[in-house]
Ligand binder design. Structure first.
Ligand SMILES: C[S@@+](CC[C@H](N)C(=O)[O-])C[C@H]1O[C@@H](n2cnc3c(N)ncnc32)[C@H](O)[C@@H]1O
Length: 336
């Protein structure tokens, strides 16, 4: 597949082929400054090399800030493969699955998982409501990847376009997680697979943070970012408390209940995770029962629970008619 530099708006043919106008669903043509609809003439401008299908970040502004500040923090390096490990644990996909495939990354952020999927040989189409789409385009400018700023509730793609779809840590940050999920299977090719990872609703450790978030999500992102540095010393307090015999562990648990925080050993990831947790406007939590019902109601089959809760993968069935067609084509190929 073609490698392209998304800082110049050169969109691969296979991606152009699946793009559709948000207004009339006709195909889009690439111009130097915009994607233009061949039906109604509506245009979607390129800014910083990224086509925009929304004119604002809406409720996702905190994520735009977050991914500009922590633009490369979670990208894998020669020494660390944490994103690749997380990708496997949250999607169940392997390099053999994705190699050579057209893959949709819903809510791509700064592109940490698109980085993994492109290393595995996929062509990734990443979409994000926030300015993170720009950051991802910059981070992965030399990859087989295309990024769009667009809304999961109004995606500019033809049905049955993608071989694989994944959405990691995104749909629970929309106003309606279930509705957002149910829009995605239509974009899968028959036989294609989808995987989502959502916050778990089983463990109630976050109860107090639900209260604090009522205030923190309204704070200017810059201020909240500064406040998040306050959690760094707390991590040391927890480590020290855990060493105190008998009372140490209960005291640490009580502190964690009062001030819920991520326990990532890397201080920069800890600040990022804390900001992410306390800044998002929407944050819902889910159970396997719920998510399985959504998958089943979309007719997905071969459902699998993946390693890290709540992670579910499913496959879009191939209709009986398509199976017959494929069978006939295979027979023809064998005979021919
Ligand atoms: C917690 S971040 C996860 C980013 C990335 N998947 C990762 O794991 O690094 C959630 C992302 O979802 C995006 N998002 C939220 N609502 C969205 C929507 N309606 N459409 C597209 N993206 C959305 C945010 O802008 C943000 O970048």
């Amino acid at each position: 597949m073609k490698q392209e530099n998304q800082n110049s708006p050169g969109i691969a043919e296979e991606v152009l082929a699946v793009l559709r106008c948000l207004s009339c669903k006709a195909s889009l043509r690439q111009r130097a400054d915009a994607l233009a609809c061949e039906g109604c003439g509506r245009t979607f401008p390129f800014l910083q090399g990224v086509a925009r299908f929304v004119d604002a970040q809406h409720y996702a502004g905190s994520f735009g800030f977050q991914w500009q500040v922590f633009a490369r923090t979670q990208l894998d390096t020669g020494q660390s493969h944490r994103s690749e490990v997380a990708f496997r644990r949250r999607t169940g996909f392997s390099p053999e699955d994705l190699a050579g495939k057209l893959v949709l990354d819903v809510g791509c952020g700064m592109g940490r998982f698109a980085d993994v999927a492109t290393r595995w040989g996929a062509h990734v189409v990443g979409v994000d409501l926030s300015l993170a789409a720009e950051v991802a385009a910059r981070n992965l400018a030399d990859r087989s990847a295309t990024f769009f700023q667009t809304d999961v509730f109004n995606l500019p793609f033809a049905s049955e376009s993608f071989d694989y779809i994944y959405s990691i840590g995104v749909l629970h940050h929309t106003p309606d997680c279930e509705r957002a999920f149910k829009l995605l299977p239509a974009l899968l090719k028959p036989g294609g697979k989808i995987a989502v990872w959502l916050y778990s609703g089983y463990n109630r450790w976050y109860r107090m943070s639900d209260l604090y978030r009522k205030v923190t999500r309204r704070m200017p992102p810059r201020l909240l970012h500064k406040l998040c540095y306050g959690v760094i010393p707390l991590y040391g307090v927890h480590q020290a408390l855990k060493k105190v015999p008998l009372v140490g562990k209960p005291a640490s648990a009580a502190l964690a209940y009062m001030i819920p925080m991520p326990f990532n050993p890397d201080p920069k990831w800890r600040v990022l995770d804390t900001f992410d947790w306390y800044s998002a406007w929407y944050q819902s939590k889910h159970t396997y029962e719920q998510v399985f019902r959504w998958f089943e109601s979309c007719g997905l089959e071969d459902l699998k629970v993946i390693d890290q809760p709540i992670a579910v993968q499913g496959r879009k069935p191939i209709s009986a008619e398509r199976q017959r067609e494929r069978g006939a084509a295979e027979v023809e190929q064998c005979v021919g």
